[in-house]
Design a binder for this molecule. Structure first.
Ligand SMILES: [Zn+2]
Ligand SMILES: [Zn+2]
Length: 159
């Protein structure tokens, strides 16, 4: 695991292009280090807007003209399987991707479709997890979804 100091160090030494962080993450999972995987990880990490696979593809295509959609889909799948990124299915069938560094919840605005990160500690989560695990189930992930109208969209209506 990278700690805060590693992160700062890597950021300072590489300025903007702090790719070592992603190389390290791939290494930790014994995954093959490819420029595509590094770019995808970096994109998801630096665009916390929960992009779709298509958005990731179109943005990276400008940088890597040889990039194929299949590579993006396959890489996202592998990164997801190894827990480096999360796929949110909050919008139904289309997955939205998120960098997995901490646990947070999501708020979906049904008007503009933006997904906001919601950080809060749920005091009951330990208790609920305990209840579920006591019946023999094992929990890998916890997802919290909230759906409504974001403050931006509310402001637009009020104007
Ligand atoms: Zn909105
Ligand atoms: Zn998120």
């Amino acid at each position: 695991m990278l700690n805060c100091n590693d992160y700062i160090l890597v950021t300072i030494t590489k300025k903007g292009e702090y790719l070592e962080k992603y190389v390290k993450l791939l290494k930790e999972k014994n995954l093959k280090i490819t420029p595509q995987r590094i770019k995808i990880l970096k994109y998801v990490d630096t665009h916390r807007t929960h992009p779709t696979a298509d958005e990731i593809y179109s943005s990276l295509k400008k940088d890597i003209p040889s990039l194929s959609k299949t590579t993006v889909y396959n890489s996202l799948d592998i990164l997801k399987k190894h827990g480096l990124i999360k796929a949110l299915s909050i919008c139904g069938s289309e997955h939205r991707y998120d960098f997995k560094n901490d646990m947070h919840h999501h708020f979906l605005c049904k008007k503009c479709g933006r997904i906001y990160d919601i950080e809060f500690k749920c005091p009951n989560i330990k208790h609920i997890k305990g209840e579920i695990q006591s019946s023999g189930h094992h929990i890998d992930e916890v997802h919290g979804y909230f759906i409504g109208t974001c403050n931006d969209c509310i402001k637009k209506v009020e104007k």
